[in-house]
Design a protein. Structure first.
Length: 423
């Protein structure tokens, strides 16, 4: 695919909807595959990552039918062994959650993905699955994909997360559905709660607890019941428009139906602190943003699980703000679709941003941006962050590897066109 060329624009004005939440979409597909009966889902993410998970549950025996108008029906129940590797594409959520789901199935599976997936750490899911009794192996004895999973015969465990990760929490909870006895996950910094929310909504028995700074969730073994679910819009995609509207004079953008549950709207708090004119109505999901001058802030390590995917676009906001913004405790960004500390520093740096990585801290000082030739590094969020920076840069920006956006937001360019047209 050819690179995207983005020229600076005037204000963004209008109302749009972003794709269905990616985290919720993966989980809904997996839970529907496990449920006896037919589930109906509307508003699923139309990105490539979720399409991979859909193909995988189909290969495992779920019957998935497009019923028109963005509605799909999924008949789940008993899953069957597949004699070829299951391809998660670029999706870390896909591979880690499916590892848990497949560890509970009494057959052998192999999970694989693209070059980025093959570099990302999988010990964080292999370790707890081994404690539960699964036989799991990474490539060449390493904790890297492809992963070979010989599932079944699991026992429940109590597991304290060594990293704040909703993917690991979700993996262990999915495995817990097929274990003997209850399975508990303990975290010291709350990560997104989609697995717990959806499992509870779909008839499974979960119990939450807290002890000082620690929170826990315990799942009992069981099968979800078939369900009907509308997937809310993805806050991580809405964040691109929130920052774009904040930094482009004259803008006023409303993103409708944005998920408003726990550990996903940290970017709204940070932008508010920076002086943004932003509100998120929890009832309608409307995220409303008007242009406003921004000033730097400190994002603490405790806030990071609630905005982990938004750091690249918040770095763009910081580059357009007065003064310095510091993101503390963001080491996890090194093991995302790209090494996001390195790619934020290099690509926004090419555009004239003053970005410095110091250990696990990212420091951005406000400065004028200029158009440049940048690269997505096959990372959708780096591509879109550069596109938003390009809207306020002096001169055009060429983004190589733009096709990466298809993993989560294939209609980003079209939505940009809609908002430009609204001006
Ligand atoms: C996700 C959790 C986060 C996030 C990812 C989606 C999820 O990863 O970065 O894009 O759906 O559980 P970690 O759990 O590894 O932080």
């Amino acid at each position: 695919m050819s690179p995207l060329v983005v020229a600076p624009v005037g204000p963004l004005v209008g109302r749009i909807r972003v794709p269905g939440d990616k985290s919720i979409s993966h989980r809904v597909l997996m839970l529907a595959a496990l449920a006896d009966g037919t589930s109906t889902v509307r508003g699923l993410s139309d990105g490539g990552d979720v399409a991979c998970t859909r193909r995988i549950i189909e290969a495992l025996g779920a019957d998935v039918v497009d019923a028109g108008d963005g509605t799909i029906s999924i008949r789940g129940g008993r899953l069957e062994a597949v004699d070829h590797p299951l391809d998660v594409g670029n999706s870390g959520t896909g591979i880690r959650l499916l590892a848990g789901l497949l560890a509970g199935q009494p057959f052998r599976s192999v999970l694989d993905g693209d070059a980025s997936i093959r570099r990302r750490p999988m010990d964080r899911v292999l370790d707890p699955l081994r404690l539960m009794g699964a036989t799991v192996d990474g490539r060449d004895g390493l904790s890297l994909a492809p992963l070979e999973i010989r599932g079944g015969g699991l026992r429940g465990i109590e597991y304290r997360l060594p990293v704040a990760s909703a993917q690991v929490k979700g993996c262990v909870l999915f495995a817990g559905l097929s274990a003997e006895g209850p399975t508990t996950v303990v975290e010291d910094r709350s990560s997104r709660a989609h697995t717990e929310e959806l499992m509870t909504a779909f008839g499974l028995t979960l119990e939450r607890g807290s002890d000082g700074d620690l929170t826990s969730v315990t799942v009992q073994p069981g099968r979800p019941t078939a369900f009907d679910h509308d997937v809310a819009g993805d806050p991580s995609q809405a964040a691109f428009w929130a920052v774009a509207a904040s930094i482009l004079p004259g803008s006023e953008v409303v993103v409708g139906n944005v998920y408003a549950g726990p550990a996903r709207s940290g970017f709204v708090d940070v932008l508010s602190r920076m002086g943004a004119d932003i509100t998120h109505d929890p009832t309608s999901g409307d995220l409303t943003v008007r242009h406003s001058g921004l000033t730097g802030t400190v994002v603490t390590a405790d806030e990071v699980p609630g905005l982990v995917d938004e750091v690249p676009i918040l770095a763009v906001a910081a580059a357009c703000a007065d003064g310095q913004t510091t993101f503390e405790g963001v080491g996890e960004l090194r093991v995302k679709e790209s090494d996001r500390l390195a790619t934020v520093e290099s690509e926004l740096g090419r555009m004239g941003a003053d970005v410095r990585v110091d250990g696990d801290t990212l420091v951005v000082r406000g400065s004028a941006l200029t158009g440049a030739e940048v690269d997505s590094h096959h990372d959708h969020r780096i591509a879109m962050a550069c596109a938003v920076a390009a809207l306020v840069a002096d001169g055009p920006t060429t983004i190589a590897g733009w096709d990466a956006v298809a993993t989560s937001y294939p209609t980003f360019e079209a939505d940009l066109g809609l908002l430009r047209g609204g001006a």
